[in-house]
Design a protein around this ligand. Structure first.
Ligand SMILES: Nc1ncnc2c1ncn2[C@@H]1O[C@H](COP(=O)(O)OP(=O)(O)OP(=O)(O)O)[C@@H](O)[C@H]1O
Ligand SMILES: [Mg+2]
Length: 283
């Protein structure tokens, strides 16, 4: 330690800094008697923090947010994008996946129910809530209603291209700066199912895609099974079905019971009873 370093000047701080110095005097009001800041008159006594609503859509529009929502790294995004679309198609019969080297497109087709123009706009949409027909725990590759949001947001982030063709025609989809879907007509309708073509920058891991294409699905026309739901999960799905009546909800399980009252009006005890009735339905 050099001689000049031995005594730290008080101004630099340290435990003993300023110990022998005078405390600063409180500021005196200006000569005209007015205080510049008077806590007694400017404080807002009844303070209520303003509500700020943040839709999770915004998360899909930034690199950080998107990887968080997708649950993968930036470099895995192209693979995940294609995988989500493959998973959807392979939930239906007649699904196939191919890669066209000339056009640089991943092509995914299925012979499922097809998607109307209105539903293409609604489902291939970053700015939508989680939307799914697969919450009923019928066997399949989907569960949440998040897959297409991730796929569309990945196409947007990686400057890709997506075309969806189904019963109302083919449409080229782009997603603008706020994530809104823009649809342009791009070809004639298909007789059956859906074809999705995606061009996306970056490496798509063929092994991951191959795993998803092992067994094409089959349309399960039967009802859902109440045994697939524990009590908590059952209560959750009833609360997500507030738009259905008790009878409509029971019909999803293939059982003709329930009242024509909104499910939202059925108290917890009733929900518990309903679960039992749906599990032990008549053969
Ligand atoms: N090829 C398709 N043909 C018909 N309907 C489809 C097709 N792809 C998606 N859908 C419909 O769009 C919905 C939303 O798809 P999305 O991938 O976002 O969610 P999900 O498959 O239900 O669940 P997950 O988040 O696990 O993927 C599906 O539930 C399904 O009803
Ligand atoms: Mg899906």
């Amino acid at each position: 330690m050099s001689a000049t370093q031995q005594k730290a000047p008080a101004a630099l701080g340290g435990a003993s800094a300023g110990r022998n110095q005078e405390r600063p005097k409180p500021t005196t009001p200006p000569a005209n008697g007015k205080r510049i800041f008077d806590p007694a008159t400017t404080a807002i006594k009844d303070h209520r923090p303003a509500e700020i609503e943040v839709s999770d859509t915004e998360e899909f529009l930034t690199a950080d947010g998107l990887t968080r929502k997708a649950g993968c790294t930036w470099f895995q995004l192209p693979t995940l994008c294609i995988k989500e679309i493959v998973d959807n198609s392979f939930d239906y019969p007649g699904a196939s996946y191919g890669y066209d080297e000339e056009t640089d497109e991943h092509i995914i087709t299925d012979e499922g129910p097809g998607i109307s123009k209105e539903d293409i706009r609604r489902l291939f949409n970053i700015r939508r809530p989680m939307t799914s027909t697969k919450r009923w725990r019928r066997a399949g590759r989907g569960a949440l209603g998040n897959g297409l949001r991730v796929a569309c947001a990945a196409v947007r982030a990686l400057h890709g291209q997506m075309t969806v063709a189904s019963r109302d025609g083919a449409f080229r989809l782009t997603f603008d700066e706020i994530g809104e879907t823009v649809m342009e007509p791009a070809g004639p309708p298909r007789d059956t199912g859906t074809e999705i073509r995606v061009r996306i920058d970056g490496k798509v891991d063929e092994d991951v895609i191959a795993d998803s294409t092992l067994v094409p699905g089959s349309i399960h026309d039967g009802p859902s099974n109440a045994w697939a739901f524990g009590m908590m999960a059952f209560r959750n799905i009833t609360r997500q079905c507030n738009h259905l009546t008790e009878r409509q909800f029971a019909a999803q399980f293939g059982v003709g019971i329930g009242r024509d009252i909104p499910l939202a009006k059925v108290p917890d005890e009733g929900i518990k009873k309903l679960h039992g009735q749906l599990k032990y339905k008549p053969p």
